[in-house]
Design a protein around this ligand. Sequence first.
Ligand code: CDP
Length: 213
Amino acid sequence: MIIAIDGPAASGKGTVAKRIGLHYGLPHLDTGALYRAVARDTLARGGDLADPAAASQAASQLDVETLSDPSLRTAGIGEAASVVARHQDVRSVLLAYQRTFAHGRAGAVIDGRDIGTVICPDADVKLFVTASPEVRAQRRYLELCTQGIEIEEEAVLIDIRNRDERDRDRQASPLRQAEDAVLLDTTNLDIDAAFRAAIDVIEAAVGQAGQAG
Ligand code: CDP
């Protein structure tokens, strides 16, 4: 079973995706980490994030063993990731890895921006997880606080709005809800409630597929 989960920054999709993976015993891929790592590596080589050649070279030499590096979670790297993510060449280099991961024997839970639309248009279940910008900024602010990162909540909101705009307005695989994705608005849901709502959607989809087959 392939479960595709997309949504804007700090919508809760990553946490929900991780819990769904544990629940069904499916491997989980956070594709945002791929773009974050490409941004990190481009900067480490002294490259320009806006230069497609520099960023796609970093993408082609990416070491996926480094994706859980906690330094990837900073606000600066999130912003940098959305700059390299605009380059079609970078996206093309990362596509094969994501598809191979998705089509592993057990299936997968994959979260990102273009999973339901581009990476896995054939996913068994597609969710589009969102929340109001203010609620997403508050969640990300609290997450950064627990990591000891000092930042104003207002600055986090500005970052989130900028990143949403860049992700929605780009030409290459923009952030959008797939036509057959179910919208999950978590503005008024805590993480447990969001997880249960996601499970309900998945169970309904699996049940329908079973009836059809
Ligand atoms: O965790 P958060 O939602 O803040 O961001 P993320 O999922 O780690 O993604 C960081 C950035 O990578 C996004 O703002 C996008 O620009 C880019 N990204 C993308 O273009 N396509 C994906 N499938 C995943 C992330």
